[in-house]
Design a protein. Structure first.
Length: 190
């Protein structure tokens, strides 16, 4: 039996909500989506929902209406079939062969964060050693020591964040390690 215009609209609304949220649509969402304001209009929508349920096109979940595969097919939409899951082999670091985390695979392109940090430190050390210039008077020891303590505190916090899995913490680590190298160079350059 073909769908009426109202049935099609309700079914399309629920299918769309299901695609977006994977939870379906609550009756209140259907009422809003169908612009049902009066009690009579809302009652008509509830009748349509139950009629679609009787035809096997919808099911009532714990708190939302969810389309069945027959309901999606009734709209002429192809029902997506989930591909069988294939066990992926873990990816390893190109240098140290450690197993990479998903964030490392996505952001570091084949290197683990430890190897990336080490490479960054080496590159920065070479660049820094060629560009350190002392301008004016040297920093007072007290100020230099306070900067070093502050750097060490921030470095410890960044390391904890990195170990906790925050994806952007490695950038803070790099910057703080570079700053620490500069502080060491300033302290020993006198």
């Amino acid at each position: 039996m073909p769908l009426s215009n109202v049935e099609r609209q309700v079914l399309e609304l629920i299918c769309d909500q299901h695609r977006q949220t994977r939870r379906g649509a609550r009756a209140a969402i259907v009422h809003i989506g169908m612009n049902a304001k009066s009690g009579q209009q809302k009652a008509r929508i509830v009748e349509v929902l139950h009629g679609l349920k009787k035809r096997g096109l919808l099911v009532m979940g714990p708190d939302a209406w969810v389309p069945t595969s027959e309901g999606e097919a009734a709209l002429g939409e192809e029902v997506p079939v989930a591909a069988p899951k294939v066990e992926e082999q873990p990816k390893h670091c190109d240098e140290c062969k450690a197993v990479l985390t998903p964030d490392e695979v996505e952001f570091l392109e084949g290197s683990c964060s430890a190897c990336e940090t080490k490479a960054f430190q080496e590159a920065e050390a070479q660049e820094f050693s060629a560009t350190v210039e002392r301008v004016g008077t040297p920093l007072p020891d007290d100020l230099l020591n306070r900067c070093a303590v502050m750097n060490a505190t921030l470095l410890a916090q960044a390391k904890q964040a990195h170990e906790a899995g925050e994806p952007e913490a490695w950038r803070d680590l790099h910057w703080l390690m570079e700053t620490a190298q500069q502080l060491v160079a300033l302290g020993g350059a006198e």
